[in-house]
Structures are given as structure tokens and as C-alpha cells.
Design a protein around this ligand. Structure first.
Ligand code: 5GP
Ligand code: ZN
Length: 114
């Protein structure tokens, strides 16, 4: 998707502070962190959001989750804990229409979320 910000980040056309890169995924620090650690993990492939995941992308979805767990550990968020968030659609608070998982940590998280 030529007009997608996160596709441009994945392609290296928009700069980011990268923390992880693999064949299928890239992770980078959020530009407006909502916690001391705030990282976004995205598939390199353009998927607009959770609603657009297809059954044949099960492996990719699993990789997204397990990679985020690995990054959280590498960022030192264990054993204190952390939160993963995937906003989906307008009511879900999704702004960027390219699937991304937020890793938030480094402070206690409130519940319920806003
Ligand atoms: P959403 O609300 O769609 O779940 O989250 C989008 C996230 O992308 C927000 O936390 C926002 O701060 C982050 N973001 C938006 N533009 C950029 C950017 O150009 N670079 C980085 N690193 N993060 C961005
Ligand atoms: Zn995209």
C-alpha cells in the first residue's frame, strides 16, 4: 500500500527507531510513547487490521504474538509485567490502518482502559 505509513516504515522509506526485524515482522518505538516502554510490532505485509486477518495468516498472527513476548522480555519488562494492545476499527481507537500490536510497559497499567 503506497499511502500506508507503516508500510513505508517497513520499507525503510520513513525512519523509525527499530528494535526488531525479521522476514515477516518489524518492531519500532512509538513516536508518542504512552508508557516508559512503548513499542509497535507490525507485519511487513499490509493487513489493515484484525478484522482483515484471514485464516491463512494464522501463522503470521502467532508470530506477531510470540515475537512481541520475546521483545517484551528483551526490553526487561519481565517479571514486572506489561500490556499488549491491538486497537481495531474506529471504536477500538485504531488510527493507523496497518495491523500493529502495542507493547506497553515500565509502569503499572490501569483497568478498565479508556
Ligand atoms: P493506533 O491508535 O492506530 O492503535 O496506534 C497508532 C500508533 O502509531 C500511535 O500510538 C502513534 O503514536 C503511532 N505513530 C503514528 N505515527 C507514527 C510514526 O510516524 N512513527 C512511529 N514510530 N509511530 C507512529
Ligand atoms: Zn500498510
Amino acid at each position: 500500500m503506497s499511502d500506508c505509513l507503516f508500510c513505508k516504515i517497513a520499507a525503510g522509506e520513513v525512519s523509525c527507531t527499530e528494535v526488531f526485524s525479521s522476514e515477516n515482522l518489524i518492531a519500532f518505538r512509538d513516536i508518542a510513547p504512552q508508557a516508559p516502554t512503548h513499542i509497535l510490532v507490525i507485519p511487513r505485509m499490509h493487513i489493515s487490521g484484525l478484522s482483515n486477518l484471514t485464516n491463512d495468516q494464522e501463522n503470521l498472527a502467532g508470530e506477531l504474538l510470540t515475537t512481541a513476548v520475546q521483545i517484551a522480555a528483551e526490553e526487561g519488562l519481565d517479571p514486572a509485567g506489561y500490556r499488549f494492545v491491538i486497537n481495531n476499527g474506529e471504536d477500538g481507537g485504531q488510527i493507523v490502518a496497518h495491523l500493529h500490536l502495542h507493547i506497553l510497559g515500565g509502569r503499572p497499567m490501569a483497568w478498565p482502559p479508556g
